[in-house]
Design a binder for this molecule. Sequence first.
Ligand code: GDP
Length: 453
Amino acid sequence: MFDSITGKLNDAFSSINRGRLNEANIREGMKQVRQALLEADVNYDVARDFMKRVTEQAVGDKVLKSLRPSEQIVGIVYQELVLLLGGDPRESEFSPRPTSAELGVKRDGLTVIMMCGLQGSGKTTTCGKLARALKQEKLETVLVAADLQRPAAIEQLKTLGGQLDVEVYAEDPASSSPVQVCRNGVKHARKSGAQVVILDTAGRLHVDDDLMRELRQIDNKCAPDSAIYVADAMTGQDAVNSAIAFNDALELDGVILTKTDGDTRGGAALSIRAVTGVPLKFIGTGETLDGLEAFHPTRMAQRILGGGDMGTLLEKAQREFDGEELEDAQRKMAEGKFDLNDFRKQMGMIGKLGSMRSIMKMIPGMGQMADLDPNVDMEKELRHVGGIIDAMTPDERRNPDQIDRSRRNRIARGAGSDPADVNKLLKDFKGMAGAMQGISQKGSMRDRMKAVQ
Ligand code: GDP
């Protein structure tokens, strides 16, 4: 989501990094940071206030007289990014997936969640994603098809409900109204003993009075515990502006930003909290029902700064696969004992985790590589690497250092590949294992944070 801003911020930091630091070149670097924010379509006022806070701290004596001023500056930008995204820079405990707690689901009785947003924002799909997440927590959920505006929405919700085995409450649109469907839907959910009811309300192509009136009526009649606004990240500042209108009408409790997988700028994600004051709860990361992630400001800020997001990757893996095996891999990484046998095992899992490109973006140092050449077929590369590792003996995988010229040639022949490719793999692996060890020991970012405090 933050591809371009990450590159630009890295440029700004490397220009700050060159030569001796003084107030003038820090200010110059800060100009580049500001430019990066604006090019990412961050709201103008938000960017201005952000830069004011960062610059004040960055040109202070504390930075200039410190041992590593450029690291301090990254630390300041990081802290301010976390605050901008609505987080606490000290937060280190992350919930692994979208949770009912984030949605404000109560422990007793029925929780009513009202979803709203413009047509095409991904509201109906997101209702399905939430129902899936709640089902994973074993919460009985009812979906209410109250989007009578878009004729296909009712059927779409019914299909999603069918896939998830979650009940969908619907009425004949010819003889009902959105308010009536919602009211009856909540009644029905209460009677059936459900714990959560999600109202998929109508959208419009634009914010208009009719829509707002309708939403306010539903709000009055159904008294939702949570009003969630669904916005399409790809619409940038338009998403932020309509969030203001919805918040004025409804007092939103949270925002879910969809299609972050297709958004290369990240302007809505960076501005929506600061402009509306409403927390960003989850992000949509794909069309399928598992494409929903918890939003963590600290983690997102690390991703923006190109620090990678190993944590999300590992958590994602933990959710889908055997926890023990992964813990084992994590422990080995931290101890520097992660060998090619482990790597090969992980590769099989990685293939199932999502596209190679999106995974690489989360690995520190590899993000840029994923952007390099869109024509490179990552999955093919992965198979190629897998073939080379398979041609090694288990002992060679454990101790790749012992692979000499003749062994290398044998492996290349076995894998139908070139000795130079074997060499490259061994070199890359060495670099990667070192980087992973650093990350697993939770180094860099935290050290930078400490340097600032
Ligand atoms: P609604 O009119 O707001 O109910 O929108 P829909 O739920 O029908 O979604 C509109 C389109 O956006 C559909 O094609 C969805 O598959 C797609 N969509 C929704 N969320 C995401 C997401 O997080 N990523 C991607 N890539 N597509 C999404």
